[in-house]
Design a protein around this ligand. Sequence first.
Ligand code: ADP
Ligand code: 5GP
Length: 189
Amino acid sequence: MTPRGLLVVIAGPSGVGKGTVHGRVRAALPDSVLSVSVTTRPARPNEADGVDYHFVDRPRFEQMVADGELLEWAEYAGNLYGTPRRPAEAAVADGKVVVLDIEVQGALQVREQSTDALLVFLAPPSFAELERRLRTRGTEDDEAVDARLEVARRELAQRDLFDAVVVNDDLDRCVAEVLDAIAAARTVT
Ligand code: ADP
Ligand code: 5GP
């Protein structure tokens, strides 16, 4: 049995713990890489260009879409986000696990674009806990948090379109479940 390259999409509402979980998944899988997205959102103070995101202006982003450089893209809370196609496809061809931390519309586009994809939806234990995590993280002001919670309600309604739904209550158990789903999807029988 040979492990194969795979796109692993970790989607779910803002604040559910996608960043936390993909950090743990990548630490557990030495042959995994994180896809660095392109965005028109301004960088947060702790973010570095080329590391957390490639920060671009809207005309540049639209040019990338027109040139077919993005595997998927979506507008989220007023900004554009997308996954550069070439590095992701090259790493999958090289047998690697490529982790995509993206929102739900983009996740569903990945399914249409690629057969080598596992779509995981991270769900919060409750909506109240999602709101608590988002507000405690402190990266957005109240208005931006409200906008993200509004999007979250729509995203939660789409969870059944995913290959796996994993509840992020206990972090260790959640990460173990995601790793099990990846191992099953990578195994060529
Ligand atoms: P996302 O990337 O989905 O927006 P983050 O990974 O930034 O979410 O997590 C949002 C907040 O929730 C962070 O402060 C993080 O430390 C916290 N968090 C993540 N997973 C859990 C968990 N299982 N239990 C409690 N808090 C968590
Ligand atoms: P944030 O602004 O908090 O970094 O991200 C906002 C939302 O955009 C999150 O749900 C995140 O997963 C999503 N996102 C980040 N990069 C991409 C991407 O390349 N494509 C899509 N579709 N969503 C993304």
